[in-house]
Design a protein around this ligand. Structure first.
Ligand SMILES: Cc1ncc(COP(=O)(O)O)c(C=O)c1O
Length: 410
């Protein structure tokens, strides 16, 4: 039996059936280097999705791997009940990058867990127990995170555990008026939102949205949680996307690119809010020594190579070139994003979402050696989240392949 068929059979037999892959015949990925991935047949792909915004500093980045291996050889694991240095050094480095008074970190292992912790902290800090969230948002797989995830596709278990109120997303002009009505009527502990909704289809809010949201939350004593799990660490051209609008949330949650592939996540907050959480709170894998060493090396790499500027510059270039393609291609109804977080929305001739076309384009680009992503409420948004180390020439090659795929399919 072929290698591929053997793996698929094992997957069908041993994994919970909720695990799906992109592509009709997914490549078996065996190696990564810089912006490239390689499959078991030796085929090379330009990775334009970064394992969903994770490997911003490139696959198998030698500097990050070296830091992790050095730590691995010394001491791999202790848990937070013992005193170790890497977690403290990482917390201090993070506090030098976060906006305003956000200074204290709680480390854990995944984005869902970071959001779960942030929501719990908002309850502790306010004495309130209800949450508001945006309809096109995604915040994770744990029960509370699912309850505040608006995207229907990811609301695996729709039975609410806490009282959570969905409000229309940032594109709806009435979004904040509806939120204000809710804040007047109910005792809301926190509003949780992604600065740019990633899975929702790379939805960039109007420039005044986050400043107005900040004001409303402060006015009603509600905490503002920014889920920066996709957007942080220079993805949008800033360390944190909320910095585009000069907004300091009460809590920021991070994960994904912080460890460049090593599992690490955190919620970060102020002295004042953190002071409400004094009962013992340990996390077995929180502050894992190897993940912290890798995260520190990741942040050093980002700084040394100015990945924020690079993301902004190359993102503007990619967006501009995509807009040129849009002018020639009526199927593309919108190109949007910030930095190297870019979505291209595709609609069919009736102006309805075109998810099947997106799938065809993904397949075609995969065959040409480019792995891109998809997102959106209608799964009709081609999504570009390449490693921030990508070169301009590689973006040019991607655009040639994309244009070819669009010509063939439209
Ligand atoms: C914005 C956002 N929040 C939370 C999560 C959940 O993170 P994790 O898969 O690490 O639990 C994701 C995952 O894609 C995400 O995109």
């Amino acid at each position: 039996m072929e290698y591929f068929e053997k793996l698929i059979d094992k997957k069908k037999e041993f994994l919970v059936p909720c695990v799906y892959h992109f592509f009709q015949r997914p490549p078996v990925l065996v190696r990564g280097e810089g912006a490239y991935l390689f499959d078991s047949d030796g085929k090379k792909y330009l990775d334009c999705f970064s394992g969903v915004t994770v490997v911003s500093a490139g696959h198998s980045n030698p500097e990050i791997i070296e830091a992790a291996i050095t730590q691995l050889r010394k001491l791999q694991h202790t848990t937070t009940i013992y005193l170790t240095e890497p977690m403290l050094e990482l917390a201090e480095t993070i506090s030098s990058l976060t906006p305003g008074n956000l200074k204290r970190s709680f480390f854990c292992a995944s984005g869902s867990e970071a959001n779960e912790g942030a929501l719990m902290l908002s309850s502790l800090a306010t004495g309130r127990h209800e949450i508001a969230y945006l309809k096109e948002g995604l915040h994770g797989r744990t029960k509370w995170a699912i309850n505040v995830t608006g995207l229907e596709m990811w609301r695996t278990d729709p039975n609410p555990m806490v009282t959570a109120h969905a409000i229309p997303g940032t594109r709806h002009p009435e979004s904040l008026e509806i939120l204000e009505e809710l804040l007047k009527k109910r005792s809301i502990a926190a509003v949780i939102a992604e600065p740019i909704q990633g899975n929702g289809g790379i939805i960039v809010p109007p420039n005044n949205y986050w400043p107005r949201l900040r004001k409303l939350c402060s006015q009603y004593g509600t905490l503002l949680i920014a889920d920066e799990i996709q957007t942080a660490w220079n993805r949008t051209g800033r360390w944190f996307a909320t910095q585009h609008w000069d907004v300091t949330p009460d809590i920021i949650t991070v994960a994904k690119a912080l460890g460049n592939g090593f599992p690490i996540a955190a919620y970060i907050t102020s002295d004042e809010i953190a002071a409400h959480y004094t009962r013992p709170g340990a996390a077995t894998f929180g502050g894992n020594l190897v993940s912290c060493a890798a995260a520190l090396a990741t942040l050093i790499f980002h700084k040394r190579h100015n990945l924020g500027d690079r993301s902004e510059r190359l993102g503007n270039y990619l967006q501009g070139r995509l807009q040129e393609i849009q002018a020639r291609c009526p199927t593309i109804t919108e190109v949007r994003g910030l930095g190297l977080m870019i979505g291209v929305e595709l609609k069919d001739s009736t102006k309805g979402p075109a998810p099947a076309l997106v799938d065809q384009i993904l397949e075609s680009l995969k065959d040409s050696g480019f792995l891109i992503g998809k997102s959106g409420v209608g799964r009709n948004v081609i999504t570009f989240l390449p490693p921030l180390i990508i070169e301009k020439t590689e973006i040019d090659a991607l655009l040639v392949a994309l244009e070819k795929a669009l010509e063939i399919r439209t």
